[in-house]
Design a protein around this ligand. Structure first.
Ligand code: DAT
Ligand code: MG
Length: 140
């Protein structure tokens, strides 16, 4: 199959809370197919690449610190329009504002102004997806 792919991360907060399975369940229930999956403790170097677009922003350093605080579950998903579709499943960036029914809305909350602790990452465009899949799954 040659349909669209997206890179999903269950972030350290989600992994720590045992939510990798719940995220994967929602992905599969939607009909997207996991084609690669790995538990990885990200390096600063890897995260600097992944979040290059945010370098210099006020939340950049705390974001990198948080993302390197423990293992993440990295998943490549596949399916027509899965980039847009997973972003819809994930919900708004701020887990307090994210609508119920979404991953962030149902499972996330604010723990002391730490908007970065929002359970999941999902690629936001075909270009980001290709770039990010290369960072997390260099052999794919
Ligand atoms: P998204 O993950 O919804 O694509 P983004 O790409 O704008 O959001 O930001 C990447 C991550 O950085 C996001 O998941 C959480 C964190 N972040 C974004 N905006 C933030 C803010 N204003 N304060 C703290 N963390 C923020
Ligand atoms: Mg983003």
């Amino acid at each position: 199959e040659s349909t669209e792919k997206s890179l999903v991360l269950v972030k350290p907060d989600g992994y720590r809370r045992g939510l990798s399975g719940e995220v994967l369940r929602r992905i599969e229930a939607k009909g997207y197919v996991p084609v690669a999956l790995a538990v990885v403790t990200p390096t600063h170097e890897q995260l600097a690449e992944h979040y290059a677009e945010h370098e210099g922003k006020p939340f950049y350093e705390p974001l990198i610190e948080f993302m390197s605080s423990g293992p993440v579950t990295a998943i490549v998903i596949q399916g027509e329009r899965c980039i847009e579709g997973f972003r819809a499943l994930a919900g708004a960036t701020d887990p307090t504002a994210a609508l119920p029914g979404t991953i962030r809305g149902d499972l996330g909350r604010d723990w002391g102004l730490k908007v970065q602790q929002n359970i999941v990452h999902g690629s936001d465009s075909p270009e980001s997806a290709a770039r990010e899949i290369g960072i997390w799954f260099p052999n794919l």
